[in-house]
Ligand binder design. Structure first.
Ligand code: SAH
Length: 373
């Protein structure tokens, strides 16, 4: 006899296949119910338990009474002139996250958020200015893919997912891994591991854990080749400096022959874009099978940086390519709707008080300037 669950709303999008098996076994059902249910949800798009005809009547009634299939709700949709779409999703009453769909000729990439805001304080990223509220649940992460594909309908197909939206995915390890499992599961979205990418600012211990449990493509936000500068741009570097980061990357690259790690490098005028930096990059990556993705800096209000000139970016790129590292420049997409890298802000009830600290620092700076004038 099935016991009613303690709380009514168990969101079934919170479970990957393994989790769902445990859920069904825990209620005395057979483990294969998990794949049946996944197929209904992710292949058929059926959310009404009554329509799940291969589940027994009592099981359907139990699910109906105790479970939901719920994603965050899309509350705003913007479509950029280049076809990029940005959705704002309501996660709870005070918070919203953003998800971006980038259509290209041969693929459609969804850029997914992992946290409400971000606890890291990278100086060139506007999400960082929002402060941090909480981790997204598995259902809120996979729910972005589910809701986006449903909204797109026949207007576009999600073929790739990049965990490059708001937040640091490796600081929300379990929920992100479960969501990525669902992206790659044949009974889920069925994307190949090459088409699911996680991007990290370099949370080294979690990188090792990831290498052990989940084989997705890895991107690392590098942005500087000297610890001194990286400490400033990506402050988590103070905890996990470049030498440790590179070791973790080498370990990840060992997962398969010819596997590479992608290094993201934001181009900041006069900060990290000299030819000495390019030389340093070649040297740093000598022993790591790598690709480099140069990202033109996307400005946001009050940002202290400017983007390097096109000339400089091309020069930098050519140098790296000639040194034998496959290097591309990320095309800026959706910037007219603030959907480009580092521009996602959503709405964050900041618990870290970061935005207050930043405001304070700003007014202190302004005061000092006043005094010097
Ligand atoms: N926290 C993770 C996931 C975010 S991915 C990480 O750091 O990798 C978003 C990517 O866009 C990262 O490489 C980030 O460094 C980069 N980025 C952030 N702000 C940017 C900006 N203003 N212009 C261009 N790229 C930016």
């Amino acid at each position: 006899m099935l016991e009613p669950a303690k709380t009514k709303a168990i969101n079934l999008l919170d479970f990957d296949r393994k989790g769902l098996m445990a859920f069904f076994v825990g209620m005395g059902e057979k483990p294969f119910r998990a794949t049946q249910l996944l197929k209904w949800i992710y292949h058929e798009g059926v959310e009404d338990f009554d329509q799940m005809s291969n589940l027994s009547k009592p099981l359907r009634a139990y699910l109906q009474a105790n479970c939901i299939i719920a994603t965050p709700e899309i509350v705003v949709e913007q479509i950029a002139s280049d076809g990029t779409r940005k959705w704002v999703l309501q996660t709870d009453c005070g918070n919203r996250v953003e998800t971006v769909f980038i259509p290209e000729e041969s693929r459609g990439t969804l850029c997914v958020s992992s946290q409400i805001g971000c606890a890291l304080a990278c100086t060139f990223c506007s999400t960082a200015q929002q402060g941090f509220n909480r981790n997204l649940s598995t259902s809120e992460i996979i729910g972005q893919v589910y809701a986006a594909q449903k909204r797109l309908g026949s207007a576009g197909k999600i073929t790739n997912v990049v965990m490059m939206g708001m937040g640091e995915p490796l600081l929300n390890f379990d929920n992100v891994v479960a969501a990525m499992n669902l992206m790659m599961d044949d009974f889920g979205f069925g994307l190949s591991k090459r088409r699911v990418t996680i991007s990290t600012s370099g949370v080294v211990p979690a990188m090792y854990r990831l290498t052990e449990v989940c084989d997705v493509s890895l991107a690392v936000s590098l942005h500087a080749v000297r610890d001194e500068l990286r400490d400033e741009l990506v402050p988590i570097n103070k905890k996990y400096p470049l030498s440790e980061l590179m070791e973790a990357c080498r370990e990840n690259a060992k997962l398969a022959p010819r596997r590479t790690v992608t290094f993201e490098y934001v181009m900041l005028d006069g900060i990290n874009d000299s030819m000495a930096d390019a030389e340093g990059l070649v040297k740093l990556l000598e022993t790591v099978p790598s690709k480099i993705n140069l990202i033109p800096f996307n400005p946001f209000p009050n940002s202290p940086y400017r983007c390097s000139s096109n000339n400089r970016i091309n020069h930098f790129k050519n140098y790296l390519n000639e040194a034998g590292i496959v290097t591309t420049v990320r095309k800026t997409r959706g910037d007219d709707i603030d959907a480009a890298c580092g521009q996602l802000v959503g709405q964050v009830q900041d618990k870290s008080r970061r935005h207050l600290k930043l405001k304070l620092a700003e007014s202190e700076r302004a005061n000092t300037i006043d005094q010097t004038v």
